[in-house]
Design a protein around this ligand. Sequence first.
Ligand code: SF4
Length: 338
Amino acid sequence: MTFQQIKNILNDNTPQSVEDLAQEAAKLSRRQFGGAISLYGPLYLSNFCSSHCTYCGFNSHHKIERIKLAPHQYRNEMQFIHAQGLRNILMLTGESYKHTPVSYLKEAALIASEYFQGIALEAHPMETFEYKELFTAGVDGIAVYQETYDRARYAQVHLSGRKKDYDFRYATAYRAAEAGMRHISLGILLGLSDPVYDTFALYQHLRELEKSFPGVEYSVSFPRLRTVKTASLASCDVNDVQFVKIIALTRLLFPRMGINLSTREEPKLRDHLLEIGITRMSAGSNTSVGGYTLLEKKAQDPQFDTKDGRSVDEIVKSLKSRNFDPVFTDWRHIENGL
Ligand code: SF4
């Protein structure tokens, strides 16, 4: 589909066209995935970051308490997430090569393997050999979002640090795939730049990757900018209708692709988006380092404020009541064969 075609679809806000798009996507989602919805829990390991991204509460210029969890502390957090029933974990850090080197992430992965079947990582972009090490330690997926594909806008909001390097970030998914990662998640931060252009460019990125590494399972995320205690750039001009259409169009163009949704969105909208194309969602989330077991709420500095505060049990009940099947384990780690 050309840029102009995507633009026409995403800019057509007549109620009938929105409804038609959403219904077509909903039918296709049910046909491809049944009602399976994978659940995962995010775990923030560290908020040290050497990059300055204007939209993020963890950026190096914000005066927040910097914390890096020690092994006994993240083990407690893992046990907490595990006790809620979750078996897939997404470990996150700020982007600091110094504070969260591969050795630190490897140790976290090895401990996570005691509790979780699926271990994904969202940390600083690495080289292929580093991803290989992490893969061997049990990490089976990575998330790396370009945030925006508009190079000029990218330069405006990524002021310093490694994240400033657009091309290195763009090529991260290729390096992770070369290293053998099973699952790779890409995404854009809606509200940073023109959503039509970014959506189109994200689709191109995915198509390129699918061609180069057809064996990898890809998924996409469309986080929208949200307020955080410390961030000044915290608005979002992508409204709910546009958001629904982006999810629906993604489903129609990528019928088998996973689409992730975090707790940035309100429960009502999350529930609606499930019908249209979401296949994977976080549950019972806390976006602060040590937020589950270490720090009291008022001492926490979240990366973003969550809007869906339902527990894992509540989400499971809600899914079942609407004929979805919550999935806790869709993958089990065996020998990597490296
Ligand atoms: S978005 Fe990532 S790299 Fe940028 S400031 Fe936040 S944690 Fe650091």
